[in-house]
Design a protein around this ligand. Structure first.
Ligand code: NAI
Length: 727
């Protein structure tokens, strides 16, 4: 029998076999070929030596229990190699099934993260015990990568929890549970506090259950809560498609639908057939474009961005101990909370102590909510709040090693505020501005140490939004960039890095999305259809409602400033068709957006949206004017993608991963695309297909859709956007 190192066989003299997952070639165990081969060999050996075995424990020698499918393999699956994936997957499932039905107790001693394939392996065990450590995360997050659990996860969770709970608690949301919550929700049986206790409990289970079996292999077993064959259950089933629509907004996410189908179809057949059904749906998703897009963005690009692919090399990492947050308004209050939550002492300064205290009140509210929901303890919340010192006195900023400015959006004011504090804070303090539109290079002119000055663009609400856009001004030094990067990571956010330019990356690109939606209203398209088009394309916020949130006067202000800058530089300003609509909305109809109580939508007294303003139809809509729904969606998606390519051409963006991650996490570009540049890569017909379609849109809707030279060049060379082949 071949001795495998990927799964190590350790047998004691009482007949307990511990199978230690320990891939010698990787830092985590994955379902790669070596694992498949080992599992097959181990299964044969278990069967051959069955008589001398009393029980089996699966555990791992790595920090994680088991990491699941190897995404580097999965992203390469094509319809041509799908059969191979199907066969390989089924082989693993059959071997796990053989172990599960060997007639010996099998225990999963989950000593770290068991996500996806890791949890599926544990599901094939009769008893699951999870070690209660911060690293223990349990669940099936495949749906967040456009996949489904194809290692028996659908089949077994349905049989363990019933269809409804399996779908809602595990499969459709991809929730990752800590050890305690996994136990509360029925994903594991027990929790252990130490590695020793984990193994002791595993042995105790084997001693007490020599004839252990899976529930579904016991005589008379029925799926909890019934199956669609039962009329009472069937009555509930129609709610699921509605839930799905709520989850995906009608956007093209195929995974939730396939998960639902695999669960329901699999519940009505025997275990083996259900495994085959699950494998079919899995392979179909893996061979499709959406899972490739999502794996690219949410795994590879996110990892590249967070691990510092764009951080200058050779600079020692540094941690901030005490931060000054200037301005305790909406953004400053949120930034103070994010810093304090990460253990940083914060001095929160505003013009009056009263405003600063009010800003701290925001953290108090968030903490109270977190305590009430059981997400943190009162003790931790108190400690967090104790780290925030509100003040109106500049002297309190002494010793701060980072400054984050979030006062009103006004260059002169920002200059003044930095002048007041520069000589008070630590002599090498990092100087950051949270401006959303003002050029960093100009703002830097207000300080002595311009090399230490940098843009740190947070998104609202700060406690929820995971992205920070770091903007490097012309004179920003490498050291400041590295320190800004470290600060963003210190507060557990994702940093993208761009060079200074008007609107940077995110504000400029989201402007194109909004302009396109507004332009369609101006052409006479039914406004409700414009909103539907955005929702069904997968945008989290509908385009006109987003415009109302941001207020219609904001794009006007930005437009006027940009226009002035373009003309001063000797260029000509090309008006966007959205401009006339916005001007009419504000000047003729007095509807500046939500904060003004009226915009594209009507609002109730207490600020709730009550519906699209009927005047839109009267003043703008032309019932005879219809454009294809697909054109409506693609005009918004293409407008953003094309401008992102221009930003690469201009050198504002320097990395494809930053563009993809920034677009999804910062400005709501639909996740199924894998981000704004991956959308181009994955478009039907690849880059040439995208270019051809852009030309078509340019012909029908305006020259702004003309593909930029960089895109045309890459399409001709057949070279997708990727960081290994930098443009
Ligand atoms: P805000 O109006 O809510 O807060 C500004 C705060 O600055 C007020 O509390 C004000 O009293 C204070 N302030 C004014 N002068 C000051 C001084 N001399 N010293 C100390 N504090 C002073 O504004 P908001 O929305 O928080 O925006 C702040 C900055 O963040 C702006 O530059 C804005 O462009 C930027 N930003 C805003 C985003 C948003 O969604 N609102 C998103 C990203 C950036």
């Amino acid at each position: 029998m071949t001795e495998s190192t990927t799964i190590r066989w350790e047998q004691d003299d009482t007949g307990v076999v511990t199978l230690v997952l320990d891939d010698p070639n990787q830092s985590a165990n994955t379902m790669n070929q070596a694992f498949r081969d080992s599992l097959a060999a181990i299964t044969d050996r278990l069967e051959a030596e069955r008589e001398s075995i009393r029980g089996i424990i699966f555990t791992s020698a790595k920090k994680t229990f088991f990491a699941g499918g190897d995404l580097r393999d999965l992203i390469r699956v094509t319809p041509g190699t799908a059969q191979e994936l199907f066969d390989g997957g089924l082989a693993i499932k059959r071997n796990l099934r053989r172990i599960e039905t060997l007639g010996k107790p099998v225990v999963a001693a989950i000593n770290g993260a068991a996500l996806g394939g890791g949890y599926e392996l544990a599901l094939a065990c009769h008893h699951r015990i999870a070690l209660d450590t911060p690293g223990t995360k349990i669940g099936c997050p495949e749906v967040t990568l456009g996949l489904l659990p194809g290692g028996g996860g659908v089949v077994r969770t349905v049989r363990l929890l019933g269809i409804a709970d399996a779908l809602l608690k595990v499969l459709l949301q991809g929730t990752q549970y800590n050890a305690r919550r996994a136990q509360e929700n029925g994903l594991v049986h027990e929790v252990a506090q130490s590695p020793e206790e984990l193994l002791a409990k595993a042995r105790a289970f084997i001693d007490a259950h020599p004839d252990s079996q899976q529930p579904w292999d016991r005589p008379g077993y029925r799926i909890p809560g019934g199956t669609p064959a039962n009329p009472k259950f069937a009555a509930n089933l129609p709610a699921f498609p509605a839930n799905l629509r709520k989850q995906t907004g009608g956007a093209p996410y195929p995974a939730p639908r396939s998960i639902l189908a695999a669960a329901v179809e699999g519940s009505q057949v025997d275990f083996e057939t259900a495994q085959v059904i699950e494998a079919r749906y899995f392979v179909e998703l893996a061979a499709g474009q959406t899972s490739k897009n999502m794996i690219q963005a949410f795994f590879f690009d996110l990892q590249a961005v967070n691990s510092g692919a764009n951080r200058p090399r050779g600079i020692e990492p540094r941690q901030v101990r005490k931060a000054a947050v200037l301005g305790a308004g909406m953004m400053g209050a949120g930034i103070a909370y994010a810093c304090a939550r990460a253990g940083i002492d914060v001095v929160l300064k505003d013009v009056s102590l009263e405003s600063a205290v009010k800003g701290k009140g925001y953290s108090e509210k968030l903490c109270a909510k977190a305590v009430a929901k059981g997400r943190t303890s009162q003790e931790k919340a108190d400690a967090l709040l104790a780290r925030i010192t509100p003040t109106a006195d500049v002297a309190d900023l002494a010793g701060c090693d980072a400054v984050i400015e979030a006062v009103f959006e006004d260059t002169a004011l920002k200059h003044k505020v930095f002048q007041e504090i520069e000589s008070v804070v630590a002599p090498d303090a990092l100087l950051c501005s949270n401006t959303s539109t003002l050029p960093i290079t100009t703002l830097a002119e207000g300080v002595e140490r311009q090399t230490d000055f940098i843009g740190l663009h947070f998104f609202s609400p700060v406690d929820k939004m995971p992205l920070v856009e770091i903007i490097r001004g012309e004179r920003t030094g490498d050291e400041a960039l590295a320190r800004a990067f470290d600060l963003v990571r210190q507060i557990n956010k994702t940093p993208i890095v761009v060079n200074d330019s008007r609107g940077f990356f995110t504000s400029r690109v989201i402007g194109h999305f909004i302009n396109e939606g507004v332009a369609m209203v101006g052409e006479g398209v039914e406004p409700a259809s414009v909103e539907q088009a955005a929702a069904q394309a997968g945008y989290p916020a509908k385009v006109l409602s987003l415009m109302d949130e941001l207020t219609l006067t904001l794009p006007r202000k930005i437009r006027n400033e940009t226009k002035r800058a373009v003309e001063e530089a000797g260029g000509t300003w090309t008006a966007h068709p959205a401009e006339a609509v916005i001007d009419r909305m504000v000047d003729e109809f007095g509807r500046p957006g939500r904060s003004g109580g009226a915009g594209f939508y009507d609002y109730s007294e207490d600020g709730r949206r009550t519906g699209l303003w009927p005047g839109l139809r009267e003043h703008f809509t032309d019932p005879g004017h219809r454009i294809p729904f697909r054109d409506m969606q693609e005009r918004m998606l293409f407008a953003e993608a094309l401008d992102t390519v221009r930003l690469l051409e201009e050198g504002v963006l320097t990395s494809v991963a930053d563009a993809n991650i920034g677009s999804i996490l910062g400005i709501g570009f639909p996740g199924w695309t894998g981000g704004v540049l991956q959308y181009i890569n994955g478009y039907e017909g690849g880059l040439p297909g995208f270019v051809a379609r852009a030309r078509e849109l340019a012909e029908h809707y305006g020259e702004r859709f003309t593909p930029p030279a960089l895109l045309v060049r890459k399409a001709e060379k057949g070279e997708p956007f990727s960081d290994s082949v930098r443009p």
